[in-house]
Design a protein around this ligand. Structure first.
Ligand code: NAD
Length: 318
């Protein structure tokens, strides 16, 4: 009997036919149910029940949905790295395996983090908007060369960001309490405690998962301890930065600006941060390079095939 795959990720298979082909060649029947915005709990409850596998983006997958899927759904492949849209322990309870794609999109995310850093440093988006508005005024920014980049989280993406920042002549300091020691390649970096890293950083870039510990991690107290005029770059998850504190800190001049790929509520309709010229917000596009999307899609498709031919899928989380 053909196995059914539900795809709610909008980008799965969008860059080449290969991932879809792989599923079809192995006898899977594929249903695309993605929609504008997130697929909701109600959407899932209407749909789930007849699927053996799910390829999911950032859509929330609640316990209620897992309960309804129980018995049939064997594997959820996250079309990305972050695992904050479902509870792993709950998935275990319902015997659903979960995989993600660690490292597969890290270079794309790191490129965007550097892009946002250069943008806020040199005010590229701000200056470009002025030119399109008919003005030709010099806009002065700040160098990244010889500045200190503080990295919160030194996993796959943090490391890719560090490599790039070193190429720009930056000093890189790292905070990651779960890291035993800096890998050989990064011996020239400094590892430090949280307060020291935020206090030294001219640019602070966040590369941690959204968890109970990291929710609201970058708040008013932290921003007050940061250097005056320093910048915050967030390509991890919106909830990690307290946005009203960030707004106040930028208006007061304590924080010089921010480059955000992620915000707490996406899309950020009415978000006051959008009114500030020192803030650049892009629509959660860090992993959206054609190469990264394709690589992520291939891993998801391969993992589903592996699961049902009795091989261990790659990057099993639970
Ligand atoms: N914007 C995007 O499109 C996009 C794409 C991919 C990943 N992400 C986000 O980036 C995050 C990082 O991705 P990754 O691939 O580097 O993950 P990773 O698991 O390789 O690295 C995360 C690192 O954070 C560290 N960490 C965990 N809790 C911490 C804490 N409280 N303080 C400091 N460090 C802590 C871990 O030890 C680990 O080294 C993901 O969890 C995801 O939320 C966003």
């Amino acid at each position: 009997l053909a196995k059914n795959v539900l795809v709610t990720s909008r980008s799965f298979g969008s860059m080449s036919d290969r991932p879809l082909q792989l599923l079809k060649e192995n006898g899977f029947s594929i249903t695309f149910k993605s929609k504008k915005g997130l697929y909701t709990e109600a959407d899932f409850l209407n749909e789930i029940g007849n699927y053996d596998a799910l390829i999911i983006g950032a859509d929330p997958f609640s316990e209620k949905v897992m309960q309804k899927a129980d018995g049939k759904l064997k594997i959820i492949c996250k079309h990305g790295a972050g695992l904050d849209n479902f509870d792993l322990e709950t998935a275990k309870k319902y015997h659903i395996r979960i995989t993600n794609v660690p490292g597969t999109n890290s270079n794309a995310v790191a490129d965007l983090a550097l892009g946002l850093m250069l943008d806020v440093a040199r005010r590229i988006t701000f200056a470009a908007a002025q030119v399109k508005d008919g003005q030709w005024k010099q806009v002065t920014g700040t160098d990244v060369y010889k500045k200190t980049l503080g990295l919160i989280g030194f996993g796959a993406i943090g490391k890719c960001v560090a490599r790039r920042a070193l190429g720009f002549g930056m000093k890189v300091v790292v905070y990651d309490p779960y890291l035993q020691k800096l890998p050989e390649e990064f011996q020239m970096l400094t590892r430090d405690n949280f307060n020291s890293v935020i206090g030294q950083a001219d640019f602070l870039s966040l590369h941690v998962p959204l968890t109970e510990q990291t929710k609201g991690l970058i708040n008013k107290t932290v921003m007050q301890r940061m250097k005056k005029g320093s910048f915050i770059i967030n390509t991890s998850r919106g909830g990690i930065v307290n946005e009203s504190d960030l707004y106040d800190a930028i208006v007061s001049g304590q924080i010089g600006g921010a480059g955000l790929d992620v915000v707490e509520h996406e899309p950020p309709t009415g978000n006051p941060l959008l009114t500030l010229p020192q803030v650049v917000v892009v629509p959660h596009i860090a992993m959206y390079s054609s190469e990264a999307i394709n690589a992520v899609s291939e891993v998801c498709a391969e993992n589903i095939v592996r699961m049902f031919v009795g091989e261990e899928p790659k990057y099993i989380v639970v």
